[in-house]
Design a protein around this ligand. Structure first.
Ligand code: THU
Length: 140
């Protein structure tokens, strides 16, 4: 996978491994669709993991991406996402759901990168603006 000049391939590989490990902890007894996520934050070395956590009341489920964002916010308060990696068990790259995109928008720029992959590696890369060109904002 070709990366941006600002992203070190070794850092991206580490983020993919963090997402892969997080996926192992996914709690998905209802859908069996396990997702792992990893966030690289601007000005922070730590990579933040997240996994989906489902609930018998299906709507109470939290996706891996939002789980990682809640954790990052808990740890660091104000945050700026440098890039997001998501890992699923699919051969075709999974795009974050619209709810997660709206939450990612809160802490990203239009050029923030979103990577998607599986156990074999990263298979897709998008700029955030390609996935959600017009997020809701109450400030414009
Ligand atoms: N899921 C995620 O974790 N991230 C997404 O972006 C899409 C969907 C989870 C939610 C649910 O636990 C399972 O995948 C099936 O929808």
């Amino acid at each position: 996978m070709e990366t941006d000049q600002t992203i070190q391939p070794s850092d991206l590989d580490e983020a993919w491994k963090v997402a892969l490990a997080a996926r192992k902890n996914a709690y998905a007894p209802y859908s069996q669709f396990k997702v792992g996520a990893a966030l690289k934050l601007v000005n922070e070395d730590t990579i933040i993991p997240g996994c989906n956590v489902e609930n018998a009341s299906y709507g109470a489920t939290i996706c891996a991406e939002r789980s990682a964002i809640v954790s990052a916010c808990t740890q660091f308060g104000k945050l700026q996402i440098a890039y997001v990696v998501i890992v699923t068990g699919e051969s075709k790259p999974t795009v974050p759901c619209a709810l997660c995109l709206q939450v990612i928008a809160e802490f990203s720029t239009p050029d923030t990168l979103v990577f998607s992959g599986n156990e074999s590696g990263i298979t897709a890369k998008w700029h955030f603006k390609e996935l959600l060109p017009k997020p809701f904002t109450s400030f414009e």
